[in-house]
Design a protein around this ligand. Structure first.
Ligand SMILES: CC(C)(COP(=O)(O)OP(=O)(O)OC[C@H]1O[C@@H](n2cnc3c(N)ncnc32)[C@H](O)[C@@H]1OP(=O)(O)O)[C@@H](O)C(=O)NCCC(=O)NCCS
Length: 192
């Protein structure tokens, strides 16, 4: 008897781009920039990257790639190809029609709309019934003191839902998080 292998989430095709930034799969060429970016205290504080973050850690991200529940993407400059950040779906749950989304921007490209554009593009794509996915709800978790991330979420149309006590585990410690939600039904025009 052969067991069906879980279907890997397909890459957005054509790649998501607004002409300024472009989302693509992680590649070996990203390793040096990933290591530089993940030395940033804010990325270390608010995401689950390993500390210290080594070239081996970066290579693991490149090699791990996509699965049936995870779609990690590099956010790049559409003109130069330079790495600007990360955005990804995780905990994709087709049965419950929901996914989580996360992001960071390299310290040297902040306040230029990178996270906002990447978040909007990937969330809209996820809710537009791409092949193999049927999602109606995207959730985003930000720590209560991470006001920049919360502003990005709200600017992208996410609605602040509730405070989830101990909602995430970071480096072995449970942390409270504010849950933001984007629902297709709540914003149908955006997803037509
Ligand atoms: C939060 C983070 C992703 C924002 O990335 P960014 O690319 O700089 O964000 P954007 O330029 O798209 O910001 C969009 C809007 O969000 C708000 N915002 C973003 N960063 C802000 C900051 N440091 N202070 C105040 N408002 C901020 C602003 O309203 C901004 O619009 P404006 O610049 O026109 O005023 C980035 O600071 C980061 O990588 N932080 C560390 C990792 C992290 O916290 N990830 C999220 C975990 S939930």
């Amino acid at each position: 008897m052969t067991l069906a292998s879980p279907r890997v989430i397909g890459l957005p095709h054509p790649p998501l781009s607004d002409g300024e930034i472009l989302l693509r799969a992680w590649a070996a060429e990203d390793v040096p920039a990933l290591v530089r970016a993940c030395a940033d205290p804010l990325i270390q504080r608010y995401t689950s990257v390993r500390i210290p973050y080594t070239p081996e850690d970066a290579q693991m991200l490149v090699d791990a790639g996509r699965t049936d529940t995870v779609l990690p993407l590099a956010v790049t400059d559409a003109h130069t190809g330079e790495l600007l950040g990360a955005v990804g779906l995780h905990a994709v749950d087709d049965r419950r029609s929901r996914t989580e989304i996360g992001y960071w921007t390299v310290p040297w490209a902040r306040r230029q709309g990178v996270a906002l554009a990447a978040l909007q593009m990937l969330a809209a794509w996820a809710m537009a019934d791409p092949p193999g996915l049927a999602l109606a709800r995207v959730e985003l978790y930000a720590e209560p003191d991470n006001l920049p991330s919360q502003q990005v979420a709200e600017a992208a149309g996410f609605v602040r839902a509730d405070l989830v006590r101990g909602g995430i585990a970071l480096r072995g410690r449970r942390r409270d998080v504010v849950r933001f939600v984007l629902e297709r039904a709540a914003n149908p025009a955006k997803f037509q």
